[in-house]
Design a protein around this ligand. Structure first.
Ligand SMILES: NC(=O)c1ccc[n+]([C@@H]2O[C@H](COP(=O)([O-])OP(=O)(O)OC[C@H]3O[C@@H](n4cnc5c(N)ncnc54)[C@H](O)[C@@H]3O)[C@@H](O)[C@H]2O)c1
Ligand SMILES: [Zn+2]
Length: 373
């Protein structure tokens, strides 16, 4: 029987990974500190009963050592996410937490057979573009000065002409243009280079925007679908940054869980960063519209000329690598949204935490407004 450690296994993706592994007959241990931003009401009811649950922090050396013992494969999902002001906490949880876990495995000589780390599309500076003159190009992050003028365009790094968004392959340059993105780069580089040093197979899965049942309805800093839902359910307009025409690639959480199982069971992806996505771009405005239609709550979204420096304009995940080993997303946006909305309707007391958070982000300089430097 295979034995897995799923860090962050109480969260959106980790809990679905844990469920899938249990169904596949694995023995599963979950390590999760029940981060209060995400789990405002404590231990969620969905933690798999057939898994061993350890409440603890990946930053704690003794905790991680105990959690690793008796494990074959690590699914490292725990992370501090979203757009939050706490710089040091990102580095501590994501970068240091990961480095320490790897150090413990080596130091204790744990017979781990593979480490899969949750990376993100946030590692890219900007989605790939097609320039009329130069073909496939990798535009740089848009300068804040440009965004302050309300110019949202993405331009060719060679000739400065506007580009058209195309799927981003894994060989696109990684940037780390937000603190979160930077620590996701750390996590994947640490895991992949450590794997090569110690001869343990590793895979970094760069998830696209993931959504689905269990996505925290308390965390106003992450998950655009969850945020729009909680706004609308509270009779408030969804807030679109920029002009709402930025595109994102959405993955239903069960598909992401399947990608994890696939990475654990094939050796073709070993040593690689691998995109996990749908290879379809949807505008944020359309997401707001679809959520509003599906809920039957028609409140026009609000656009305040706000933007988040470092945020990419367009990102469609290029999925050739993972498709080559048989990955096909099974739940499209329509079905996935329906399933998410069914779930959110069953949750009591869906409050709006966004308004207060938005104020906080403005004060901390994470959200800017056009014309104001
Ligand atoms: N949801 C997305 O759109 C998305 C996209 C790209 C990458 N990711 C990555 O996928 C992983 C899982 O994300 P998610 O969407 O399931 O988020 P989530 O917040 O639902 O789950 C993360 C879990 O990790 C736990 N956790 C946080 N800090 C911890 C710590 N110090 N010690 C132990 N546990 C801790 C939280 O309590 C939570 O249960 C993360 O690494 C995230 O960066 C998510
Ligand atoms: Zn060009």
């Amino acid at each position: 029987m295979k034995r897995a450690l799923v860090t962050g296994g109480a969260g959106l993706i980790g809990s679905h990974v844990a469920d899938l592994l249990v169904r596949e007959g694995w023995r599963v241990r979950i390590l999760d500190n029940l981060e209060p931003n995400t789990h405002k009401r404590g231990r969620p009811a969905w933690i798999n009963r057939d898994a061993e649950f350890v409440q603890g922090d990946v930053r704690d050396r003794a905790t991680i050592e105990n959690a690793l013992s008796g494990t074959d494969i690590v699914f490292h999902q725990a992370a501090y996410g979203g757009y939050m002001p706490e710089m040091a906490k990102y580095v501590e949880v994501n970068s240091l937490g990961t480095a320490q876990m790897l150090e413990v495995i080596r130091e204790k000589n744990f017979p781990i057979k593979k480490v899969i780390v949750a990376s993100s599309q946030a590692v890219y500076s900007e989605g790939a573009g097609e320039c009329p003159k130069h073909g496939l190009v990798f535009p740089r992050v848009r300068p804040v000065e440009q965004l302050q003028r309300g110019d949202w365009s993405v331009r060719c790094p060679i000739c400065n002409e506007p580009t058209r968004s195309v799927p981003t392959p894994e060989q696109a340059p990684v940037g780390g243009e937000t603190v979160y993105g930077l620590t996701k780069v750390d996590q994947e580089k640490l895991v992949l280079l450590w794997g090569k040093q110690v001869g343990i197979p590793t895979v970094a899965l760069r998830y696209s925007c993931t959504y689905g049942p269990r996505q925290s309805i308390f965390n106003p800093y992450t998950g655009v679908i969850a945020i729009f839902c909680t706004r609308l359910l509270n009779s408030l307009p969804p807030v679109l940054y920029e002009d709402g025409e930025q595109t994102r690639d959405f993955s239903f959480v069960e598909d992401v869980a399947r990608a994890n199982l696939l990475a654990a069971t094939t050796d073709v992806l070993d040593g690689l960063p691998v995109n996990v996505g749908s290879e379809k771009g949807v505008t944020v405005r359309e997401i707001a519209q679809r959520v509003s239609d599906a809920l039957g709550i028609r409140i026009a979204p609000e656009i305040n000329g706000e933007f988040r420096p470092g945020e990419m304009r367009h990102l469609i995940s290029g999925t050739d690598t993972i498709r080559a080993v048989g990955y096909v997303p099974q739940v499209d946006l329509r079905e996935g949204l329906d399933r998410y909305l069914d779930w959110i309707r069953s949750q009591s007391d869906v409050r709006d935490y966004f308004s207060e958070a938005a104020e906080n982000l403005r004060n901390k300089g994470i959200v800017h407004r056009v014309g104001i430097s």
